[in-house]
Design a binder for this molecule. Structure first.
Ligand SMILES: O=C(O)CCC(=O)C(=O)O
Ligand SMILES: [Fe+2]
Length: 216
C-alpha cells in the first residue's frame, strides 16, 4: 500500500497528512470515541501535593507504558481502534502495539513541553497522531530553546507522523487555548519493546463519564 500525500516538515521528521479522514468520517469517529472510551482522570502526587493531568487519558495495547512519570495499564484493542491502527500503520509504514487516547475537554486542557522519549519507545520512535474534534495548536521547539520552531493547527481528521531523531532534538506541546470551548480527541500510536516499566510515582485514577459527571 502506498502512502497518501503528506506535507514534509523539519527535515522529513514530521509528516502531516491533512484530511486523512474526510470531515464526515472524522465527525463520526469523534462522536463514537467520545461515547465509547472509558475516560480516566489521572491523579498523582508531585512533591506530596495531589495533582490531576489536565486531560483525560486511556491506554490500549499489549504493554504497560510509562508517561509523565506514571505507569499506565492498557486496555485490549477494540475493533474500531484496531482498524484505526491499521490505517495509521499503512501511512506511517510501520507496526504499532500501543495507543494513548487523550481527551482535551476544552481549551483549558493541554499537554506541556515534552519529548516522547520513554525508554520503551526505542531509539528513534515512529509515532502516529490522529486528531478529532476541535482544532488545537501543536508547537515544536528545539530542546534547550524557548521559541517554537514550528506551529501547526491540527484539525479533525489530520494525521501527523513523527520519526527519525526528532524526539532527541525537539520537544512538543499542545498549549492551553482558553477560547477553545469544544473537546478534542488525540490518538497516538507507538511501538513499545524492552522490559515493562515499573511504577515510579504512586497514583490513583478514576473513571470519568464525560461530560456527565466531570465535576464529581
Ligand atoms: O494531542 C496531541 O496532539 C499530542 C499529544 C502528545 O504529545 C502525546 O500524547 O505525547
Ligand atoms: Fe507527545
Amino acid at each position: 500500500m502506498s502512502a497518501r500525500e503528506f506535507e514534509s516538515l523539519l527535515g522529513d521528521r514530521i509528516r502531516l497528512t491533512r484530511g486523512f479522514f474526510a470531515p464526515a468520517r472524522a465527525a463520526e469517529l469523534m462522536a463514537t470515541l467520545l461515547r465509547e472510551t472509558p475516560w480516566l482522570a489521572v491523579r498523582y502526587e508531585n512533591e506530596g501535593r495531589p495533582r490531576e493531568l489536565p486531560r483525560l487519558t486511556v491506554n490500549y495495547g499489549e504493554r504497560s507504558y510509562d508517561y509523565s512519570g506514571l505507569v499506565f495499564t492498557p486496555l485490549p484493542w477494540t475493533p474500531l481502534l484496531a482498524e484505526l491502527r491499521a490505517q495509521a500503520e499503512a501511512q506511517a509504514e510501520t507496526r504499532f502495539n500501543a495507543l494513548i487516547v487523550q481527551l482535551y475537554r476544552d481549551g483549558e486542557d493541554a499537554v506541556n513541553w515534552h519529548a516522547d522519549d520513554s525508554p520503551g519507545v526505542g531509539q528513534d520512535p515512529i509515532i502516529a497522531s490522529l486528531s478529532f474534534g476541535a482544532t488545537r495548536t501543536f508547537l515544536v521547539r528545539p530542546k534547550g530553546g524557548s521559541e517554537p520552531s514550528l506551529t501547526l493547527e491540527l484539525q479533525a481528521g489530520d494525521l501527523l507522523v513523527m520519526r527519525g531523531d526528532l524526539q532527541h532534538t525537539h520537544q512538543h506541546k499542545v498549549p492551553r487555548e482558553p477560547e477553545v470551548t469544544g473537546p478534542r480527541i488525540n490518538l497516538t500510536f507507538r511501538t513499545l519493546s524492552g522490559p515493562a516499566p515499573q511504577p515510579a510515582v504512586a497514583h490513583a485514577s478514576r473513571v470519568v463519564r464525560w461530560p456527565d459527571d466531570g465535576d464529581k
